[in-house]
Design a protein. Sequence first.
Length: 120
Amino acid sequence: MDRNPDRNREVEAGPGSDAPTLNISVINGSSTRKETQTAKFRIFPNPAQGKLYIEQAYPEQFSIEIYSVSGKLVTRRLGLSGSSVGIDISELPHGNYYLHLTSGDRSVVKQFIVTSPGVQ
């Protein structure tokens, strides 16, 4: 397996290797596993408090999971729809989190920060 310090390039097993290939792209510090297509969405505001908004480019249903940096699942919302959805994050303690969005065969992970009131 090739090791590549350039985080913006894809790394694949070399020709003749019988190891399965998994393409991973790192974009703005968030890793995405390439499936048939990558889900196109954005989250805002970031950092956030109270509510986190998700805008997605595809009109189909999607699901989200929010994980703490330790990998603990803290929120799961299934069967969401619409191009813009607000998620209540008021119960989450301040810190870093990962939002995993799945829509059809598209999947992507983005990092966001929850701040305490009065912290920007």
